[in-house]
Design a protein around this ligand. Structure first.
Ligand code: NIG
Ligand code: FE
Length: 413
């Protein structure tokens, strides 16, 4: 029988984690063990897509590859997807580390006009070209740690002009680096200084002018809000999210990071794709997530470490109750300055007590699914994009085991 042509055949794979359940949607924690892991697996790639996944012997019989790629025993997993990042910043805020070491908290720094608002000043001063150069550098750092796709938020501009600039920089950064980007508008990250005394007016402008303009220009697929005492109250968040949803944005929400004001319940009631942070999630919030079944719990386990915060998201309760989850970096200049998903896997395993497989599902299958891209990213299966992450590890138990090591690299045609 004549062999079929393909562009690449990946072989010599130590363990091949397909993360493919065979049906769309999330996979509950107890069922992860039943996802296929191939010991002598191989992948055929044709025209940038996966053509076939099977045993190496079978694939070599069936395919005539233009090129053979030998992984020499490394692990192959779906290309990592970072489902929560803030890459559109112009400058880091490393000095805040020292301030926190002297006892100032993240919230105290924010109240003094530091924190997010200092990043806003830097973005407003940067030209689109300067900001794009920063975004490119941020995407390259993510790629260097195995991330092939990411959700990328604006949110350090906080005027129509500066938010458009940020989202355009994200788009240009994606084109320049080949990062696959799912952009999110985060105009409700913080009430900007000039609206400090009239926050309702800022929300009104977001709803009447900014959200419609961003949607019209097709610059973002989702809208996000930081629901917190010092950011947006529940009532203001509801106005913003309802308007965004009416316009056609998907919703992603920052909630229950420091104070519980009912943000999770609100997000679920509006059908949000994800509610992220959840360090102070209440029982009512947990119940809302359980009832929803589709709103993902966005776990960002590196953030409490960066903020010297004791509380962690109740990951075990969430997983046990059947709530879908993803694990992301939250890469940003203030609360989490790492672009590394393998490092997030470490913190997910240490602080959240996730298994390596639960962490991996949270940055492949579940991350892609929560972003509406579960039909092309997050699995190694026929028809899926051929963007993979190679892990130079002896087995998956080592994923997130060595802190400060980078076992990940990207493979794409
Ligand atoms: O997800 N919580 C709000 N936003 C970011 C932090 C942004 C910053 O500090 O610059 C977060 O942690
Ligand atoms: Fe965030």
């Amino acid at each position: 029988m004549a062999r079929k042509p393909c562009d690449y055949l990946l072989c010599g794979i130590g363990e091949l984690y397909t993360m493919d359940s065979g049906s769309p949607g999330f996979v509950a924690a107890p069922d992860l063990e039943s996802l296929p892991v191939l010991a002598n697996g191989a992948v055929a790639v044709l025209n940038g897509k996966v053509a076939f996944v099977g045993s190496e012997t079978e694939l070599k019989e069936q395919y005539e590859p233009a090129e053979v790629v030998n992984l020499k025993g490394a692990l192959l997993v779906p290309g990592l997807v970072d489902a929560h990042t803030h890459p559109a910043f112009a400058e880091g805020r490393a000095e805040e580390f020292d301030w926190r070491a002297r006892g100032l908290s993240y919230l105290e720094i924010a109240k003094r006009g530091g924190g997010i608002l200092s990043s806003v000043r830097a973005v407003r001063e940067a030209s689109e070209e300067e900001l794009t150069a920063q975004v490119v550098a941020h995407f390259q750092r993510m790629q260097a740690h195995g991330t092939v796709a990411c959700e990328a938020k604006s949110g350090y501009g906080l005027t129509l002009e500066d938010e458009v600039k940020s989202l355009r920089a994200i788009k240009a950064g994606a084109e320049a680096t080949g990062m696959e980007v799912l952009p999110t508008f985060l105009g409700a990250h913080m009430v900007p200084q000039e609206f400090k005394e009239k926050p309702d007016r800022y929300v009104e402008i977001l709803c009447e002018e900014v959200l419609p303009a961003i949607f019209e220009q097709g610059l973002a697929r989702a809208a996000d809000v930081f629901i917190e005492d010092h950011a947006f109250t529940l009532e203001r968040a509801e106005r913003y999210l309802s308007r965004a949803s009416d316009l056609g944005f998907a919703l992603r929400v920052h909630s229950d990071q420091f104070a519980n004001v009912g943000g999770t319940e609100l997000a679920v009631s509006l059908g949000a794709e994800s509610v992220d942070h959840l360090e102070v999630l209440s029982d009512a919030g947990l119940d809302a997530l359980v009832t929803s079944g589709t709103t993902c719990a966005g776990l960002l386990p590196t953030v409490p470490h960066f903020l010297r915060q004791d509380a962690d998201a109740p990951a075990h309760k969430l997983l046990k109750a059947g709530v879908p989850w993803f694990v992301a970096t939250d890469f940003n200049p203030g609360s989490c300055y790492t672009a590394s998903l393998p490092e997030a896997a470490h913190f997910a395993r240490i602080r959240l007590n996730l298994t390596a497989l639960e962490a991996l599902a949270g940055m492949t299958l579940h991350a892609a699914t929560s972003l509406g891209a579960g039909d092309r990213l997050g699995r190694i299966a026929p028809g899926y994009e051929a963007r993979f992450t190679i892990l130079d590890l002896p087995d998956l138990f080592h994923f997130g085991y060595g802190l400060g090591e980078n076992p990940a690299r990207i493979w794409s045609p």
